[in-house]
Design a protein around this ligand. Structure first.
Ligand code: ADP
Ligand code: ASP
Ligand code: MG
Length: 440
């Protein structure tokens, strides 16, 4: 049987006419590349702004003044230039007029406006590569609360794309059952690519971006980090959830259902084989650690109470308070008499956190309760770590040597990661110290 590959091109790959032409040549160089998912044009050396951000500005302007004419100028100009430079036969003016009108009319939520970069990008790329445009609104579905409906989507995706030999599809959005456009969170085109890969039963999901693959650490923090040749779905999930933003943390789920490998590739260095992400990986190239990732700005609630381990329902009462506030928790390491709850408080007010602390206090009557803010979490991930005696010791010694004070330690039950909490100010030093210890 012939091989079938789904390609997703990210924002930097779709940024301008040069990069779009490069993507087209990648498609043409392998006939297995039939279904293509595209992002909105992102940043490039010539373009300081992502189209999605420009569209968010359009939404705000339309909501405040009734018309997005000012902010839409940037979007219009960018697409008109690309169409002209690429010489494609597309009535971009009509498309842009319809989008501008649509943004002025859809001011109840941000999603319609935010999604239009992908919509226009796919219209354009479909013409460039001579494949049909198929709208994601035909098969990517969300429920009425805006949660992704994976199984209905997969059935619909099979049905709709089954009629085509190949297509270009906009990433990042779908619809609720009532037809209302709904987006994933930022970076969500990675999920769309994964949905299409599962839907057409692809042999491979190629995710084309602007780096040579999944790197051991964030290249914006570590200079020229090594590339990971191969990693497992589980390692990927840990690393992307913990901040390795090269792939959206939820992109793993659709392909995981079908066991399809993901290949992270560099649009600007297509001969590089990139990183292969497979269901199970024994490949560690002699390395103990596979990768390092992290995120800033967590809050930790420290709760102490003697003999808490003997009190039935202690943790449940704490979790009920969080549930009431619709506040998910990230980690909850505990000792005999202490328990810490680590929360991502981005976008939450300090009043809300204070209310949570008050309510936990009255629910469990602790001996003491306090909050530490501005904590970063750093995950050191790898299947290889736990076969190797002394890994944790090496990690902690490296941090001590670099004067990084560890505020929290959590070793996931998966035996796949060690997560530590450090002050935001120590975040970069911490990642560099771990990288140096295990990779240099
Ligand atoms: P795209 O627009 O193609 O989706 P993104 O900007 O979303 O690209 O993701 C690629 C970027 O992710 C890289 O340019 C890099 O700065 C960043 N990044 C963060 N952590 C990592 C990592 N561990 N490996 C590779 N890239 C990473
Ligand atoms: N264009 C969207 C964003 O900027 C989605 C994506 O690129 O994946 O977040
Ligand atoms: Mg991305």
């Amino acid at each position: 049987m012939k091989k079938l590959v789904v390609c997703k091109f990210g924002g930097t790959s779709m940024a301008d006419s040069k990069t779009v032409a490069q993507c087209a040549s990648i498609i043409k160089s392998d006939e297995a590349r039939k279904f293509i998912v595209v992002s909105a044009p992102g940043k490039s050396i010539f373009e300081p702004m992502k189209v999605t951000d420009a569209l968010i500005a359009c939404y705000k302007e339309a909501k405040e003044t009734g018309s997005c004419a000012n902010a839409f100028h940037h979007v219009r100009e960018r697409f008109e230039r690309m169409v002209q430079e690429l010489g494609v036969d597309l009535d971009i003016k009509s498309e842009l007029d319809a989008v501008e009108k649509g943004i002025n009319e859809h001011t109840e939520t941000l999603d319609y406006a935010a999604s239009r970069g992908e919509f226009l990008s796919a219209k354009l790329f479909a013409k460039v590569v001579g494949l049909p445009f198929v709208d994601a609104s035909e098969f990517v579905f969300f429920d009425k609360h805006g949660n992704f409906d994976a199984e209905y989507t997969n059935d619909k995706c099979r049905e709709v794309l089954g009629k085509y030999d190949g297509a270009v599809i906009p990433g990042f959005y779908g619809v609720k059952r009532n037809g209302e456009i709904t987006t994933f969170s930022r970076g969500g085109s990675d999920i769309s690519g994964s949905i299409v890969a599962r839907g057409v039963s692809a042999d491979l999901y190629e995710n084309w971006t602007d780096v040579n693959g999944f790197l051991v650490a964030d290249p914006r923090i570590v200079d020229n980090p090594q590339k990971i040749e191969e990693l497992s779905y589980k390692e990927l999930r840990e690393l992307s959830y913990m901040g390795a933003s090269v792939l959206h943390a939820d992109a793993i789920f659709p392909v995981k259902k079908a066991g399809i490998p993901i290949n992270i590739r560099n649009t600007f260095e297509p001969e590089n084989p990139g990183t292969l992400i497979v269901p199970n990986s024994e490949y560690h190239n002699g390395k103990v650690v596979t990768g390092i990732a992290g995120k800033k700005n967590f809050s930790v609630i420290l709760i102490a109470k003697s003999m808490m381990n003997t009190q039935l329902g202690f943790a449940r009462r704490i979790l009920s308070v969080l549930e009431y506030h619709e506040m998910p928790y990230e980690h909850m390491p505990s000792g005999i008499d202490t328990l810490s709850v680590i929360l991502d408080t981005t976008g939450r007010s300090s009043e809300e956190l204070e209310a949570i602390v008050r309510e936990i206090s009255s629910a469990v009557q602790p001996d003491s309760i306090s909050v530490i803010d501005k904590i970063s979490l750093v995950a050191t991930v790898g299947h290889g770590m736990f076969k190797k005696v002394g890994t944790a010791a090496r990690l902690f010694t490296a941090l001590a040597r670099n004067n990084v004070n560890i505020r929290m330690i959590d070793q996931g039950s998966s035996e796949l990661n060690i997560i530590i909490g450090v002050a935001n100010d120590d975040y970069e030093t911490c990642i560099r110290a771990i990288y140096e210890e295990f990779f240099l």
